[in-house]
Design a protein around this ligand. Structure first.
Ligand code: ADP
Ligand code: MG
Length: 254
């Protein structure tokens, strides 16, 4: 993994009226990493992502994406980022192939819908409508749409919220594959096991400020070094392991 920053955020502030949602945060995302933004509801994660995605104006601060300054050339930034579209934009009566064709037209690029659906293991749903998909399949399709313009960076805001454990794991595999193909991934999640497994580095955001930023391993080691101990001894497996053992199959039809 290269350590060159592909995103630099410096002293970002965002106010909604008199309420300051983002209070001067700075961080870098390295090229080729999976970077997690963690934090309680209302911490300012989505606001931060949407500002970097050029979808929301900032109050102050400086942002560079792949060397391009956000204030100077937001249109250029849009060309090499992939953003999950609101699922409300997925016309209910079009099938997945038709939806991809529609988005491909918007991006003015050329993509084979079946190839794209294969990447997210939905090729057998090519003729299904979006509304006919399971929760996990919907998320995979939504991630596929972020890949249409062959982006350098994709932004995933809580992609696994509400999914069952197996669908979550399928999505982890997909996100890892996307990264293996060279795409930088920024993700938000409320699942700490997921962040630990997926993310090279995480920033923990609380009330509009970054209160910690490091690899999950380093953060855990720092906590242990303070003398922290878990209250009860951990068993070698947990209930989620039981669930996956009993119900889980690779790419189980969700
Ligand atoms: P997170 O994604 O971490 O849950 P958000 O970025 O969505 O947090 O929101 C951060 C804070 O900003 C919250 O207190 C939220 O209520 C507020 N907020 C978000 N969007 C708006 C908006 N359009 N207008 C006013 N307040 C907003
Ligand atoms: Mg959010």
């Amino acid at each position: 993994m290269s350590l060159a920053p592909i995103i630099t955020v410096q002293n970002l502030h965002k106010s909604y009226g008199s309420f300051e949602a983002v209070k001067g945060i700075s961080f870098e995302v390295h090229q080729g990493e999976i970077f997690g933004l963690l934090g309680p509801n209302g911490a300012g994660k989505s606001t931060t992502l949407e500002i970097i995605e050029t979808l929301r104006p900032k109050t102050s601060g400086e942002i560079w994406v792949n060397g391009v300054n956000l204030d100077t050339d937001p249109e250029e930034i849009k060309k090499f980022i992939g953003v999950q579209l609101q699922t409300s934009g997925f016309y209910p009566n079009l099938n997945l192939t038709e939806l991809i064709q529609l988005f491909v037209g918007l991006y003015q690029t050329k993509v084979d819908p079946i190839q794209l659906l294969k990447k997210v293991n939905l090729e057998d749903k090519a003729k299904s409508k979006f509304k006919e998909l399971s929760g996990g399949q919907k998320q995979r399709f939504s991630i596929a749409t972020t890949l249409i313009n062959q982006p350098k960076i994709i932004f995933l805001d809580e992609p696994t919220t509400g999914l069952d454990p197996q669908a979550r794991r399928n999505l982890w595999d997909l996100i890892k594959e996307i990264r293996e193909a060279g795409t930088t991934v920024i993700i938000t999640t409320h699942y700490m096991d997921e962040a630990e497994i997926l993310c090279d580095r995480v920033a923990i955001v609380d009330a509009g400020k970054i209160i910690a930023i490091n690899s999950p391993n380093q953060l855990i080691d720092e906590l242990v070094a303070t003398g922290f101990e878990k209250e009860k001894e951990i068993k070698k497996a947990n209930l989620e392991d039981v669930f996956i053992q009993l119900t889980g199959k690779e790419w189980r039809a969700e």
